[in-house]
Every structure is written in C-alpha cells, then in structure tokens.
Design a protein around this ligand. Sequence first.
Ligand code: AHR
Length: 509
Amino acid sequence: MDTTTAVIDLDLPGPRISRHVYGHFAEHLGRCIYGGFYVGEDADVPHVRGIRLDVVEALRELAIPNLRWPGGCFADDYHWRDGIGPRDERPRMVNSHWGDVVEDNAFGTHEFMDLCELLGAEAYVAGNVGSGTVAEMSEWIEYLTRADDSPMAALRRANGRDEPWKVPFFGVGNEAWGCGGNLRVEQFASLARQYSTYVRDHAGNEVYRIAAGASDGDLHWTEVLMQSFGPLDGPADAAAPAAPFQGISLHYYTFTGTWQDKGSATGFTEDEWYLALQKASFMEHLLTRHGQVMDRYDPARRVGLVVDEWGTWWNVEPGTNPGFLYQQNTLRDALVASVHLDAFHRHADRVVMANIAQTVNVLQAMLLTDPDTGALVRTPSFHVFAMNRPHHDADSLAVHLRDVPEREVDGDALPLVSASASVKGDAACVSLTNLDADAARTVVLDLRGRDVVGHAATVLTAAATSSHNTPDDPAAVAPAPLDSVRAHERGLEVTLPAHSYVTVTLTLG
Ligand code: AHR
C-alpha cells in the first residue's frame, strides 16, 4: 500500500483555533426548537422548564461554545416582543418560510437564554433587519443586557429575570440577498452600518456584531461590505474596529444535486459520495477567496469571517414535511463535517466562528429525536464534533501532506486525505480523514520539534458509507479506539480504514 506523509512541526504554533468555530444553530424550523429542544412544561419526557433534558445532556458532551437563534430566514420575520411575557398571552404568527405553520411563540427570549445557560453556551442572537426596525433591534439588546432601571431592563424584570444576560454575539440580518429582504449589497451595507450602530454595549456586555454576508462564491458581496468599513489599514495589534460591525458572515451548504432535488441522505452512489466530499472540500477554496478579498481591505485581519451556516442539505426523509428539512445523517455527513473543520482550522487567522446547521432534527443535525417514541440518537456528525474537542482554543499547526492520492471528480482532482492539527500546552491533536470509499491508507506522521511521549487514536467508520444511527441501532456509527498506530522512525505511522475519520492525540514532552 502506498503511504502518505504528514509533516508537522509541533514547536511552531500558528493562529489560535477559536472554540467558536464549533458553534451551532437553532432555528424555528420543523422540529428543531419545538419537539427538539423544547417540549413544553407539560411534556412526559424529562425536561427542565420545558427544555428537553437528554438533548441538553448530550450536547454538553460537545462543549457547545455558542448557539445561534432564532434563524435563519425566520429571524427576519421574528419580532422579539411577541416571545416575552406570559405564554398564554403571546401573539401567534405564521412561520411562512418553514412549513407555513402557526408559531405560538412559546419559545422566546427567556427560554433561549435559559437553554444557553443549561448548555453552557454563549448566545448568538440574530436580529431582524428584513422586516424589523432599528428601534426594535436596539431595544432587544437593551432588554437582554442592561442592568439598571432602563425601560427595557424594567420590562425584563417584570417578566421574571432580574440579572441582565451576557450576549456576546449579535447578527445584523441574515441572507439579506435573499430571504432577509432581497436587498442589493450596496443597500444592505448601509443598513448594516445603521442597525449595528444601535446594537449598543450595555452594562459591560461587549457585543461582536456580525453583518449578513455572502452566499457561496459571491465575492462582490464581501467586497462591498469590506469597503463599507472605510480605512482599516492600521497596525496589526490595533483594537478591533469599534463600529459599525466586527464580523461578516458566509453561508455555504453541501449537496450533490440541484436546489430542487438535492440528493438522498442515505441512498447515494459511490460517485455521489465523492461529489459530496468534493463539495465539502470547496469550503477551503471559499475561505481562501473571501479571505483574499478581506485581506485587501483589512490586512491586519481585524474583521472576522463567520461561517454561520454550513453543512449538508439533502432531500427530506420520505414521508416528512418538506418544509421541516428533516434528514438522515450518515458516515458521509460525518466526513463532510471533518473536511469543513479542517478548513476552519487552517484559516484560523480569519475564521473566528462557524455554526453548523442545525443542531436537532434539521439538516446536518447532531441529534435526531423520534417524534413518536421520543428516542434520541446521536448522529455520526455528533461524533466528529465530540472527537474534535481537543481543537477548541488550541493553536493551529500546519500539516504538510505529501503523496496524497487523488480522484477525478467532475473534472477536478479531489485529494483523498484531509488533515489538520493543533497544540495546547503538552497535548496535540491530529485530525485525519480518509475520503477513499474503498481503500485504507497509511499515513506517516513526521513529527518534528518536540518529543512525543504518548499517543492514543480514535476512529469513526462503519460497515458502509451510508451507515447511520437509528433508535434500533444507535451505535452503527460510533467512535472506537484505533490500534493501528505504530512507532515509526519519523514519529508514528497510522493506517486509516477506508471511509474513516481518525484523531490521534499526542502527549508532548
Ligand atoms: O438553515 C436553513 C436556512 O438556510 C436558513 O433559514 C437560511 O438562512 C438558509 O437559507
């Protein structure tokens, strides 16, 4: 078998990988909030104030750093005052984007902040630019974070919460080029500056404002938003710009078909396996190209790129509501995730946050819950996030790959090994994905610069590329110790099974 070499200088730490690239997203969409996170106070399933306990416990295993809410497209229809006060007095609305169902606003600001506290996650609140007012956005951040007896702080107290919350992240609009208002970028850039100005820092709460950014390869959108900052060419150690916003977003979804027929989550050919992984690898290209545009205006990299929607988007499971975006999650989804996360690690100098869509029961979820029995299943993607915990807030390490096999996909060469690495104190973690559907691959880890005094490896693979977890077989795809790691004159040698994701953790001397 041919061998791939991965050269890693353990003593040359690069930019820090923010734990926030392991962020999640929860929209009022299908069974993500209702039936996923929130079951209500009368539910039989164990809950805390209506929030499902087993969901919280499972997600705590991932150390979720931040949670984005309430959308998505829903955010630009959402009026936060509808979701406060006694539940039986809250007005109803139509969720016109997702299933055209009636939303009763039972899950609102207090419930979301309660959920964040239970998860130990920081709040990323997405504000409404598309159909909301500047005053509404301004009052929401005041309601959430103000300590004194201001009108909004008093209203919050009247609704049962004395202490202000911390809200470190605030989204200014979502997909403004589409569901968030169908705006032209020049128009949105002005609105983003205006709205952001009124998302004020209250009571020591410092907000990182994120303006709705581009879709896929729309570099013009990024360019105009960057121009809207004005000069940003100060010294590298200057403080982040105080106004109008600190980050811009990027959305990119992986699917193999068209928007009308995206492909099946579980019934795919070998060609579609490779096509999905090629589409996932495209994230590397997108980060490079959007990063180059940002570098032209912001060479010191003070403006963050926030990939606040990413992941697979397949056809819904047969028999489910097309507007609810409920899909299965296979080993293929897990490898789509590991390939994206490698790209985020490699671009740690620009990518400050990312949010996979969407945590429970929607798109590339971490958890699926059975609507009839209530059974909870951890998906293969969940396990990648769990295996990657050592990368949170670790310093990135460059991985120089040699002799990587490739496969031609749609006229392009797809490298069949993806890798990234990080170091934190005396521990390092190497991520290795074998994209080859059929063949195992041996990788020599050429480890330089520090002594390696111990190692352990974990593998995520399964009998078939389409294997997935169900209530009857919840561990069809589950991590296991990998014993194919051997000493090598250059460091270590590890055999990656076909279609697998492996982490090797190193103890450094
Ligand atoms: O994640 C589902 C939807 O995808 C979001 O609501 C929207 O922002 C994007 O188009």
